[in-house]
Design a protein around this ligand. Sequence first.
Ligand SMILES: Cc1cc2nc3c(=O)[nH]c(=O)nc-3n(C[C@H](O)[C@H](O)[C@H](O)COP(=O)(O)OP(=O)(O)OC[C@H]3O[C@@H](n4cnc5c(N)ncnc54)[C@H](O)[C@@H]3O)c2cc1C
Length: 450
Amino acid sequence: MALLDELATLLGPQGCLIGTAVPEAARSDASRAGRNLPIALLRPASVDEVSRAMALCHAAGQAVVPQGGMTGLAGGANPRPGDFALSLQRLSGIEEIDRDSATMTLKAGTVLQVAQEKAAEAGFLFPVDLGSRGSCTVGGNIATNAGGLRVIRDGMTRDNLLGIEAVLADGTVLSNLGKMVKNNTGYDLRHLLAGSEGTLGIITRAVFRLRPLPRDRATALCALDSYACVLALLAGARTQLSGLSAFEAMWRDYFAMSQSLAGLRLFADAPAFSVILEAQAETAALEGFLGTAFEEGIIADALVAQTEAEARDFWTVREGHAMDAHLPGLINLDVSLPVTRLDDFAQACRVAILARLPGSHVSFFGHVGDSNLHIAVALPDGADDIDHTVDEIAYGLVRDLGGSVSAEHGIGTLKRAWLGHSRSVPEIAAVRSLKASPDRKGILNPGKVL
Ligand SMILES: Cc1cc2nc3c(=O)[nH]c(=O)nc-3n(C[C@H](O)[C@H](O)[C@H](O)COP(=O)(O)OP(=O)(O)OC[C@H]3O[C@@H](n4cnc5c(N)ncnc54)[C@H](O)[C@@H]3O)c2cc1C
């Protein structure tokens, strides 16, 4: 195939893997929904190589799927039969930390944890943090507009992005790596590329704003009797607790299952709601706030972490990796709703799922401070939900309650059928025309999002 020969010449043996040399990891992201190995895995090591490889693929009408750390949960990086994949793995590294501007310029294939560690060494906080930090890439974070654990303080990925560089389908390089917070020069391509899931351009470099490294951090795990109390605690934390950096809630079934599988016993009897409250404050300030909340009957109990290890235990239960490991086929959905409706949704969703799929374990948790709920469903005997009954129930309720079918994981292929529950027909048509303009041949991650 002439195209593969040209790509092999351009990228060299490390940069163009074909046939049996393509690793299994290129088949699927963390959704495990990918079935096809790409025909070729392109691994360019410079922006120029990305550009020239895309120009060749464009001329040949060859579809290309961008791949970062493959931790996505929406199937966005999964190839279709006949696709090439383009990994950003070799385009990695920090280019500059600018102390005066408080910015970091880095390549898209940099692993998030590396960016966090380099920022910390320089006395700054990298403002994006997710459970997949050890594998996901900054380019993937931008392409999915990742959320994560500290959105309540620092916002989503796009909120921290000052500059971006991307290669379009035909190889054109769009570069605007400015470090300015203010830059109102018309349409902002940063915000189009953030969340575009590899369908508009291949992100090659970016500039992030850095935040001050917190000097103090206090973490508590609170037990609450009702969702009204959760809302009261959130309102109080927002107004009375300075430096609120995380507000994560777990419904009873989730906490009970996750703590037991993790081998922990934080609360012997799982409360109706457990909330991790984290603030950039001294422990005494958090204890004072919690004391008042206790006197007002908002919280029933609280554990305040005295060590990093104790705080880590709270997060272990919240992150629930043991559930993923012990419950094969666990279905994990990500939605957002007005914060006042999250428990109405959870109750209705549980009843509807148990009516149609009796014997399932249905549990809820999430970044409640960001109106973001995750739903974890284990079907009896680890069965597969081949009819997408859970999706149909959950996304139908989301539509009825005015929410969004994706809070932070994106649309990819797995939520494409439900996009119309959260986006109107004219909105989807406008997005289609935006996509068609830089990618007339439709070669950049076709079949994703739209
Ligand atoms: C344990 C775990 C915890 C997670 N927690 C969170 C969480 O709290 N919040 C959250 O939002 N997500 C979370 N995720 C999902 C996932 O980690 C994020 O979506 C992450 O941003 C994906 O980055 P990646 O590099 O792995 O991208 P990939 O999975 O490789 O790709 C994701 C999408 O981005 C595109 N893409 C990748 N790189 C580029 C690029 N350079 N240019 C253009 N397009 C590109 C791909 O085509 C695909 O559509 C979690 C996943 C796991 C496994």
